[in-house]
Design a protein around this ligand. Structure first.
Ligand code: HAM
Length: 436
Protein backbone atom coordinates (compact mmCIF):
# COMPACT_ATOMS: atom_id res chain seq x y z
CA UNK A 1 0.00 0.00 0.00
CA UNK A 2 1.30 3.44 -0.93
CA UNK A 3 1.53 6.31 1.52
CA UNK A 4 -1.27 8.87 1.77
CA UNK A 5 -0.86 11.93 -0.44
CA UNK A 6 -2.91 14.03 1.97
CA UNK A 7 -1.23 16.42 4.42
CA UNK A 8 -1.41 15.71 8.16
CA UNK A 9 -4.93 16.23 9.59
CA UNK A 10 -5.79 19.91 10.01
CA UNK A 11 -2.81 21.18 8.01
CA UNK A 12 -2.73 22.43 4.43
CA UNK A 13 -0.62 22.00 1.33
CA UNK A 14 -0.30 25.39 -0.31
CA UNK A 15 -0.48 24.83 -4.06
CA UNK A 16 0.58 27.90 -6.07
CA UNK A 17 -2.85 29.58 -6.08
CA UNK A 18 -3.25 29.07 -2.31
CA UNK A 19 0.30 30.27 -1.72
CA UNK A 20 -0.36 33.37 -3.84
CA UNK A 21 -3.46 34.08 -1.73
CA UNK A 22 -1.44 33.61 1.46
CA UNK A 23 1.29 35.90 0.12
CA UNK A 24 -1.35 38.48 -0.74
CA UNK A 25 -2.75 38.37 2.81
CA UNK A 26 0.76 38.64 4.27
CA UNK A 27 1.62 41.60 2.03
CA UNK A 28 -1.50 43.44 3.21
CA UNK A 29 -0.67 42.60 6.84
CA UNK A 30 2.89 43.85 6.42
CA UNK A 31 1.65 46.99 4.68
CA UNK A 32 -0.78 47.82 7.51
CA UNK A 33 1.88 47.20 10.19
CA UNK A 34 4.37 49.46 8.39
CA UNK A 35 1.79 52.25 8.09
CA UNK A 36 1.92 52.42 11.90
CA UNK A 37 5.66 51.94 12.24
CA UNK A 38 5.54 48.38 13.58
CA UNK A 39 8.79 46.43 13.20
CA UNK A 40 9.02 42.75 12.21
CA UNK A 41 10.28 40.06 14.60
CA UNK A 42 10.17 36.29 14.77
CA UNK A 43 10.91 33.60 17.32
CA UNK A 44 11.50 29.85 17.47
CA UNK A 45 8.96 27.16 16.47
CA UNK A 46 9.51 25.43 19.80
CA UNK A 47 9.34 26.82 23.32
CA UNK A 48 9.37 25.29 26.81
CA UNK A 49 5.83 24.30 27.85
CA UNK A 50 6.36 26.30 31.06
CA UNK A 51 6.18 29.49 28.99
CA UNK A 52 2.55 28.70 28.15
CA UNK A 53 1.52 27.12 31.48
CA UNK A 54 2.41 30.38 33.23
CA UNK A 55 -0.42 32.50 31.83
CA UNK A 56 -2.06 31.09 28.71
CA UNK A 57 -4.76 29.05 30.45
CA UNK A 58 -5.85 25.47 30.99
CA UNK A 59 -7.62 24.88 27.68
CA UNK A 60 -4.51 25.61 25.68
CA UNK A 61 -2.29 23.45 27.88
CA UNK A 62 -4.64 20.52 28.50
CA UNK A 63 -6.36 20.20 25.15
CA UNK A 64 -4.59 22.07 22.40
CA UNK A 65 -0.86 22.06 22.81
CA UNK A 66 1.47 19.83 20.79
CA UNK A 67 4.00 18.92 23.45
CA UNK A 68 6.76 16.36 23.81
CA UNK A 69 9.87 15.65 25.78
CA UNK A 70 12.99 16.23 23.71
CA UNK A 71 16.14 14.09 23.74
CA UNK A 72 17.55 16.28 26.49
CA UNK A 73 14.51 15.67 28.74
CA UNK A 74 13.10 19.17 28.18
CA UNK A 75 9.31 19.41 28.09
CA UNK A 76 8.65 21.49 25.00
CA UNK A 77 5.79 22.55 22.70
CA UNK A 78 5.31 23.64 19.13
CA UNK A 79 4.14 27.24 19.55
CA UNK A 80 0.32 27.42 19.84
CA UNK A 81 0.38 31.23 20.06
CA UNK A 82 2.92 34.04 19.80
CA UNK A 83 2.17 36.29 22.77
CA UNK A 84 4.33 34.44 25.35
CA UNK A 85 7.22 34.43 22.86
CA UNK A 86 6.96 38.15 22.14
CA UNK A 87 6.74 38.86 25.87
CA UNK A 88 9.84 36.72 26.46
CA UNK A 89 11.70 38.60 23.73
CA UNK A 90 10.57 42.03 24.94
CA UNK A 91 11.61 41.04 28.48
CA UNK A 92 15.20 40.73 27.18
CA UNK A 93 15.46 44.18 25.64
CA UNK A 94 12.77 46.52 26.97
CA UNK A 95 15.08 48.37 29.34
CA UNK A 96 17.24 49.68 26.50
CA UNK A 97 14.42 50.30 24.00
CA UNK A 98 12.59 53.58 23.46
CA UNK A 99 8.92 53.10 24.28
CA UNK A 100 6.51 52.26 22.96
CA UNK A 101 7.88 49.11 21.38
CA UNK A 102 5.80 48.25 18.31
CA UNK A 103 6.31 44.80 16.79
CA UNK A 104 4.52 42.47 14.35
CA UNK A 105 5.02 38.95 13.02
CA UNK A 106 3.17 36.29 11.03
CA UNK A 107 4.13 32.94 12.57
CA UNK A 108 2.55 29.55 11.89
CA UNK A 109 1.05 28.03 15.02
CA UNK A 110 -0.11 24.54 15.89
CA UNK A 111 -3.13 23.72 18.06
CA UNK A 112 -4.66 20.27 18.45
CA UNK A 113 -8.21 21.23 17.55
CA UNK A 114 -11.07 19.49 15.78
CA UNK A 115 -10.68 20.71 12.20
CA UNK A 116 -13.77 22.55 10.93
CA UNK A 117 -14.59 25.67 8.94
CA UNK A 118 -12.31 28.43 10.23
CA UNK A 119 -10.40 26.12 12.63
CA UNK A 120 -7.42 24.00 11.67
CA UNK A 121 -4.47 22.48 13.50
CA UNK A 122 -1.97 24.70 11.74
CA UNK A 123 -2.67 28.32 10.95
CA UNK A 124 -0.68 31.48 10.35
CA UNK A 125 -1.44 34.32 12.69
CA UNK A 126 -0.78 38.03 12.20
CA UNK A 127 0.36 39.38 15.57
CA UNK A 128 0.69 43.08 16.34
CA UNK A 129 1.68 44.15 19.82
CA UNK A 130 2.60 47.42 21.46
CA UNK A 131 4.51 47.59 24.77
CA UNK A 132 4.97 50.53 27.12
CA UNK A 133 2.31 52.81 25.59
CA UNK A 134 0.16 54.89 27.96
CA UNK A 135 -2.88 52.86 29.03
CA UNK A 136 -5.75 53.59 26.65
CA UNK A 137 -3.58 55.01 23.86
CA UNK A 138 -1.95 51.67 22.99
CA UNK A 139 -5.42 50.09 22.92
CA UNK A 140 -6.63 52.79 20.56
CA UNK A 141 -3.70 52.37 18.16
CA UNK A 142 -4.02 48.59 18.11
CA UNK A 143 -7.71 48.84 17.18
CA UNK A 144 -6.88 51.48 14.54
CA UNK A 145 -4.28 49.14 13.04
CA UNK A 146 -6.69 46.21 12.89
CA UNK A 147 -9.31 48.42 11.21
CA UNK A 148 -6.69 49.73 8.76
CA UNK A 149 -5.93 46.19 7.62
CA UNK A 150 -9.59 45.52 6.90
CA UNK A 151 -9.96 48.86 5.09
CA UNK A 152 -6.89 48.09 2.97
CA UNK A 153 -8.43 44.74 2.08
CA UNK A 154 -11.50 46.62 0.80
CA UNK A 155 -13.81 45.78 3.75
CA UNK A 156 -16.23 48.17 5.48
CA UNK A 157 -18.31 48.40 8.66
CA UNK A 158 -21.22 46.51 7.05
CA UNK A 159 -18.96 43.49 6.77
CA UNK A 160 -17.13 43.27 10.10
CA UNK A 161 -17.53 44.48 13.65
CA UNK A 162 -15.32 44.74 16.70
CA UNK A 163 -16.87 43.35 19.85
CA UNK A 164 -15.43 44.91 22.97
CA UNK A 165 -15.35 44.40 26.66
CA UNK A 166 -13.08 45.21 29.57
CA UNK A 167 -11.75 42.66 32.01
CA UNK A 168 -11.40 45.27 34.75
CA UNK A 169 -15.19 45.68 34.80
CA UNK A 170 -15.87 41.96 34.46
CA UNK A 171 -13.33 41.14 37.16
CA UNK A 172 -14.96 43.51 39.62
CA UNK A 173 -18.42 42.26 38.78
CA UNK A 174 -17.31 38.67 39.34
CA UNK A 175 -15.30 39.34 42.49
CA UNK A 176 -17.11 42.22 44.22
CA UNK A 177 -20.70 41.27 43.44
CA UNK A 178 -20.53 37.55 42.91
CA UNK A 179 -17.91 37.03 45.62
CA UNK A 180 -15.67 34.84 43.48
CA UNK A 181 -11.99 34.25 44.20
CA UNK A 182 -9.35 34.38 41.42
CA UNK A 183 -9.74 30.72 40.55
CA UNK A 184 -13.55 30.87 40.42
CA UNK A 185 -13.43 34.07 38.37
CA UNK A 186 -11.24 32.30 35.79
CA UNK A 187 -13.73 29.44 35.73
CA UNK A 188 -16.60 31.85 35.12
CA UNK A 189 -14.58 33.59 32.37
CA UNK A 190 -14.37 30.26 30.54
CA UNK A 191 -18.13 29.75 30.86
CA UNK A 192 -18.89 33.27 29.63
CA UNK A 193 -16.36 32.87 26.80
CA UNK A 194 -18.21 29.86 25.41
CA UNK A 195 -21.74 30.91 26.47
CA UNK A 196 -22.90 31.75 22.94
CA UNK A 197 -21.46 28.57 21.48
CA UNK A 198 -22.92 26.11 23.99
CA UNK A 199 -26.48 27.48 24.08
CA UNK A 200 -28.77 28.37 27.02
CA UNK A 201 -29.30 24.85 28.43
CA UNK A 202 -25.63 23.95 28.70
CA UNK A 203 -24.96 27.44 30.05
CA UNK A 204 -27.57 26.91 32.76
CA UNK A 205 -25.91 23.62 33.74
CA UNK A 206 -22.46 25.19 33.95
CA UNK A 207 -23.78 28.10 36.01
CA UNK A 208 -25.62 25.86 38.43
CA UNK A 209 -22.30 24.07 39.03
CA UNK A 210 -20.94 27.43 40.20
CA UNK A 211 -23.74 27.46 42.82
CA UNK A 212 -24.94 31.08 42.61
CA UNK A 213 -27.85 31.93 44.88
CA UNK A 214 -30.72 34.07 43.63
CA UNK A 215 -29.33 37.55 44.18
CA UNK A 216 -25.94 36.77 42.62
CA UNK A 217 -27.65 35.08 39.75
CA UNK A 218 -29.67 38.22 39.11
CA UNK A 219 -26.53 40.36 38.92
CA UNK A 220 -24.89 37.88 36.60
CA UNK A 221 -27.95 37.70 34.35
CA UNK A 222 -28.25 41.49 34.18
CA UNK A 223 -24.58 41.60 33.17
CA UNK A 224 -24.95 38.97 30.48
CA UNK A 225 -27.96 40.78 28.99
CA UNK A 226 -26.01 43.99 28.30
CA UNK A 227 -25.90 44.65 24.58
CA UNK A 228 -24.90 48.27 24.07
CA UNK A 229 -22.44 50.92 25.24
CA UNK A 230 -25.38 52.79 26.82
CA UNK A 231 -26.27 49.61 28.69
CA UNK A 232 -22.79 49.07 30.08
CA UNK A 233 -22.55 52.77 31.02
CA UNK A 234 -25.76 52.38 33.05
CA UNK A 235 -24.49 49.12 34.60
CA UNK A 236 -21.28 50.93 35.60
CA UNK A 237 -23.29 53.71 37.25
CA UNK A 238 -25.73 51.38 39.00
CA UNK A 239 -22.94 49.26 40.41
CA UNK A 240 -20.46 51.99 41.25
CA UNK A 241 -17.81 50.71 38.88
CA UNK A 242 -16.58 54.13 37.71
CA UNK A 243 -13.00 53.48 38.70
CA UNK A 244 -12.78 50.14 36.90
CA UNK A 245 -14.57 51.61 33.88
CA UNK A 246 -12.31 54.61 33.40
CA UNK A 247 -10.25 52.88 30.70
CA UNK A 248 -13.25 51.66 28.73
CA UNK A 249 -15.08 54.99 28.90
CA UNK A 250 -11.96 56.88 27.77
CA UNK A 251 -11.48 54.42 24.93
CA UNK A 252 -15.09 54.73 23.75
CA UNK A 253 -14.87 58.53 23.83
CA UNK A 254 -11.65 58.52 21.76
CA UNK A 255 -13.03 56.11 19.17
CA UNK A 256 -16.02 58.44 18.73
CA UNK A 257 -13.70 61.38 18.08
CA UNK A 258 -11.79 59.37 15.48
CA UNK A 259 -14.96 58.14 13.78
CA UNK A 260 -14.19 54.53 14.64
CA UNK A 261 -17.28 53.94 16.76
CA UNK A 262 -19.18 52.63 13.71
CA UNK A 263 -17.03 49.50 13.90
CA UNK A 264 -17.54 48.85 17.60
CA UNK A 265 -20.17 47.04 19.65
CA UNK A 266 -20.26 46.17 23.34
CA UNK A 267 -20.48 42.42 24.03
CA UNK A 268 -20.46 41.04 27.60
CA UNK A 269 -19.50 37.55 26.37
CA UNK A 270 -16.15 38.77 25.05
CA UNK A 271 -13.75 37.95 27.86
CA UNK A 272 -11.12 35.98 25.84
CA UNK A 273 -10.07 32.42 26.51
CA UNK A 274 -6.46 33.22 27.45
CA UNK A 275 -5.67 34.07 31.06
CA UNK A 276 -3.17 36.90 30.65
CA UNK A 277 -5.60 39.66 29.59
CA UNK A 278 -6.19 42.30 32.25
CA UNK A 279 -7.90 45.25 30.53
CA UNK A 280 -9.69 45.98 27.29
CA UNK A 281 -10.45 42.81 25.30
CA UNK A 282 -11.90 42.49 21.82
CA UNK A 283 -12.70 40.16 18.96
CA UNK A 284 -13.40 41.06 15.34
CA UNK A 285 -16.35 39.23 13.84
CA UNK A 286 -17.53 38.64 10.32
CA UNK A 287 -21.06 40.07 9.97
CA UNK A 288 -21.95 37.76 7.08
CA UNK A 289 -24.79 35.49 8.25
CA UNK A 290 -23.02 32.38 6.86
CA UNK A 291 -19.67 33.12 8.44
CA UNK A 292 -20.33 34.59 11.88
CA UNK A 293 -17.01 33.78 13.46
CA UNK A 294 -14.05 35.45 15.13
CA UNK A 295 -11.45 36.72 12.68
CA UNK A 296 -9.21 38.23 15.29
CA UNK A 297 -8.80 38.39 19.05
CA UNK A 298 -6.77 40.53 21.36
CA UNK A 299 -6.56 42.86 24.27
CA UNK A 300 -4.43 44.45 26.94
CA UNK A 301 -2.19 42.48 29.27
CA UNK A 302 -0.41 44.28 32.07
CA UNK A 303 1.50 41.56 33.86
CA UNK A 304 2.93 39.14 31.32
CA UNK A 305 6.50 40.30 31.85
CA UNK A 306 6.21 39.44 35.53
CA UNK A 307 6.66 35.75 34.70
CA UNK A 308 10.24 36.63 33.74
CA UNK A 309 10.75 38.48 37.02
CA UNK A 310 10.52 41.80 35.23
CA UNK A 311 8.48 44.80 36.30
CA UNK A 312 5.03 44.95 34.65
CA UNK A 313 5.04 46.55 31.21
CA UNK A 314 1.72 47.44 29.64
CA UNK A 315 1.16 45.35 26.52
CA UNK A 316 -1.70 45.39 24.01
CA UNK A 317 -2.06 43.33 20.89
CA UNK A 318 -4.07 41.04 18.69
CA UNK A 319 -3.79 37.85 16.70
CA UNK A 320 -5.60 37.45 13.39
CA UNK A 321 -5.67 34.09 11.61
CA UNK A 322 -5.17 33.43 7.91
CA UNK A 323 -7.90 30.75 7.69
CA UNK A 324 -10.76 32.93 8.88
CA UNK A 325 -9.44 35.98 7.03
CA UNK A 326 -9.46 34.10 3.72
CA UNK A 327 -13.02 32.82 4.41
CA UNK A 328 -14.05 36.41 5.19
CA UNK A 329 -12.58 37.80 1.98
CA UNK A 330 -14.08 35.02 -0.12
CA UNK A 331 -17.59 35.32 1.30
CA UNK A 332 -17.56 39.11 0.75
CA UNK A 333 -16.00 38.82 -2.70
CA UNK A 334 -12.98 40.86 -1.67
CA UNK A 335 -10.23 38.53 -2.83
CA UNK A 336 -8.53 39.52 -6.10
CA UNK A 337 -8.28 36.85 -8.80
CA UNK A 338 -4.99 35.11 -8.08
CA UNK A 339 -5.61 31.89 -9.99
CA UNK A 340 -2.68 32.46 -12.31
CA UNK A 341 0.64 34.09 -11.71
CA UNK A 342 1.18 37.34 -13.59
CA UNK A 343 4.00 37.29 -16.13
CA UNK A 344 4.97 40.03 -18.56
CA UNK A 345 6.04 38.07 -21.61
CA UNK A 346 5.58 34.56 -22.95
CA UNK A 347 8.46 34.11 -25.38
CA UNK A 348 7.91 31.19 -27.73
CA UNK A 349 10.14 29.75 -30.46
CA UNK A 350 8.97 28.12 -33.67
CA UNK A 351 12.23 26.23 -34.28
CA UNK A 352 15.66 25.53 -32.77
CA UNK A 353 17.24 28.75 -34.08
CA UNK A 354 14.30 30.72 -32.63
CA UNK A 355 14.82 28.94 -29.31
CA UNK A 356 18.49 29.97 -29.15
CA UNK A 357 17.44 33.57 -29.87
CA UNK A 358 14.61 33.41 -27.28
CA UNK A 359 16.96 32.28 -24.54
CA UNK A 360 19.36 35.11 -25.33
CA UNK A 361 16.70 37.83 -25.58
CA UNK A 362 14.95 36.55 -22.43
CA UNK A 363 18.21 36.96 -20.51
CA UNK A 364 18.60 40.61 -21.58
CA UNK A 365 14.96 41.42 -20.77
CA UNK A 366 15.21 39.81 -17.31
CA UNK A 367 18.28 41.95 -16.64
CA UNK A 368 15.87 44.87 -17.18
CA UNK A 369 13.31 43.48 -14.72
CA UNK A 370 10.88 41.98 -17.25
CA UNK A 371 9.20 38.74 -16.10
CA UNK A 372 9.78 36.42 -19.05
CA UNK A 373 8.60 32.87 -19.44
CA UNK A 374 10.26 30.88 -22.22
CA UNK A 375 8.81 27.68 -23.55
CA UNK A 376 11.84 25.45 -23.44
CA UNK A 377 11.20 23.70 -26.76
CA UNK A 378 9.88 24.80 -30.15
CA UNK A 379 6.10 25.04 -30.13
CA UNK A 380 3.46 24.99 -32.87
CA UNK A 381 1.95 28.40 -33.66
CA UNK A 382 -1.64 27.50 -32.72
CA UNK A 383 -0.55 26.29 -29.29
CA UNK A 384 1.30 29.48 -28.38
CA UNK A 385 -1.61 31.77 -27.42
CA UNK A 386 -3.56 29.29 -25.25
CA UNK A 387 -0.31 28.44 -23.46
CA UNK A 388 0.54 32.11 -22.89
CA UNK A 389 -2.90 32.76 -21.43
CA UNK A 390 -2.67 29.77 -19.09
CA UNK A 391 0.65 31.06 -17.85
CA UNK A 392 -0.75 34.51 -17.11
CA UNK A 393 1.36 36.45 -19.64
CA UNK A 394 0.10 39.82 -20.84
CA UNK A 395 2.34 39.81 -23.96
CA UNK A 396 3.46 37.16 -26.41
CA UNK A 397 6.64 37.23 -28.50
CA UNK A 398 7.39 34.67 -31.19
CA UNK A 399 10.80 33.96 -32.66
CA UNK A 400 11.73 31.82 -35.63
CA UNK A 401 14.75 31.52 -37.92
CA UNK A 402 13.78 34.63 -39.88
CA UNK A 403 13.34 36.87 -36.79
CA UNK A 404 16.67 35.75 -35.39
CA UNK A 405 18.31 36.53 -38.73
CA UNK A 406 16.70 40.01 -38.82
CA UNK A 407 17.24 40.50 -35.06
CA UNK A 408 13.55 41.43 -34.81
CA UNK A 409 10.65 40.44 -32.62
CA UNK A 410 6.88 40.79 -32.98
CA UNK A 411 5.10 41.38 -29.73
CA UNK A 412 1.37 40.94 -29.28
CA UNK A 413 -0.58 42.49 -26.43
CA UNK A 414 -3.17 39.91 -25.40
CA UNK A 415 -5.36 42.55 -23.79
CA UNK A 416 -5.54 45.17 -26.57
CA UNK A 417 -4.62 42.74 -29.40
CA UNK A 418 -2.10 45.35 -30.64
CA UNK A 419 0.89 43.91 -32.44
CA UNK A 420 4.21 45.73 -32.80
CA UNK A 421 7.61 44.86 -34.28
CA UNK A 422 10.85 45.82 -32.56
CA UNK A 423 14.54 45.48 -33.19
CA UNK A 424 16.39 43.56 -30.45
CA UNK A 425 18.61 46.59 -29.99
CA UNK A 426 15.63 48.64 -28.74
CA UNK A 427 15.71 46.96 -25.34
CA UNK A 428 14.62 50.07 -23.45
CA UNK A 429 11.58 50.55 -25.67
CA UNK A 430 10.61 46.85 -25.44
CA UNK A 431 11.03 46.94 -21.66
CA UNK A 432 8.79 50.00 -21.40
CA UNK A 433 6.07 48.28 -23.42
CA UNK A 434 6.27 45.02 -21.45
CA UNK A 435 6.30 46.70 -18.03
CA UNK A 436 2.99 48.53 -18.78
P1 HAM B 1 -6.66 33.70 19.85
O1 HAM B 1 -8.02 34.29 20.05
O2 HAM B 1 -6.39 32.37 20.44
O3 HAM B 1 -5.62 34.78 20.41
O4 HAM B 1 -6.38 33.64 18.30
C1 HAM B 1 -6.50 34.79 17.50
C2 HAM B 1 -7.07 34.45 16.13
O5 HAM B 1 -6.28 33.41 15.54
C3 HAM B 1 -8.48 33.87 16.14
O6 HAM B 1 -9.45 34.89 16.17
C4 HAM B 1 -8.50 33.11 14.81
O7 HAM B 1 -8.65 34.01 13.71
C5 HAM B 1 -7.08 32.58 14.74
N1 HAM B 1 -7.02 31.19 15.22
C6 HAM B 1 -6.82 30.75 16.47
N2 HAM B 1 -6.83 29.40 16.53
C7 HAM B 1 -7.04 28.97 15.27
C8 HAM B 1 -7.15 27.68 14.64
N3 HAM B 1 -7.05 26.56 15.34
N4 HAM B 1 -7.36 27.63 13.31
C9 HAM B 1 -7.45 28.76 12.58
N5 HAM B 1 -7.35 30.00 13.09
C10 HAM B 1 -7.15 30.11 14.42
C11 HAM B 1 -4.27 34.57 20.51
O8 HAM B 1 -3.69 33.63 20.03
C12 HAM B 1 -3.54 35.71 21.20
N6 HAM B 1 -2.19 35.26 21.48
C13 HAM B 1 -3.59 36.95 20.33
C14 HAM B 1 -2.88 38.14 20.93
C15 HAM B 1 -1.77 38.75 20.43
N7 HAM B 1 -3.24 38.78 22.01
C16 HAM B 1 -2.38 39.77 22.22
N8 HAM B 1 -1.48 39.76 21.27
Amino acid sequence: MGLSKKPYKGTRDFFPTDKRIRDYLFSKMTEAAHLFGYEPYDGPMIEEVALYSAKSGEELINDQIYSFTDRGERFVAIRPEMTPTVARMVAQIHKEEAKPIRWYSIPNLMRYERPQRGRLREHWQYNCDIFGAPVGRGELEIIQLAIQLFKNLGANSDQFEIRLNDRRIVDSTFKKFLGLNDQEALQLYKIVDKSKKIGPEALEKELSKMGFVAEKRQIFDSYLKLDSFEGIAQFIKNNNLQEEAEGLLYFIEQTKQLGLDKYLVYDPTIVRGLDYYTGLVFEIFDKHPDNRRALCGGGAYADLLKIFNEKPLHGVGFGLGDVTLRDFLEIHNLLPDLKVQENDLFLAAMDDTGLDGALKLAGTLRDNGVRVLTHLEPVKFKKIFPLAEKKGARFVGILGEQEVKDQNIQIKDLETKDQTTHSWSEIEEITKLLKL
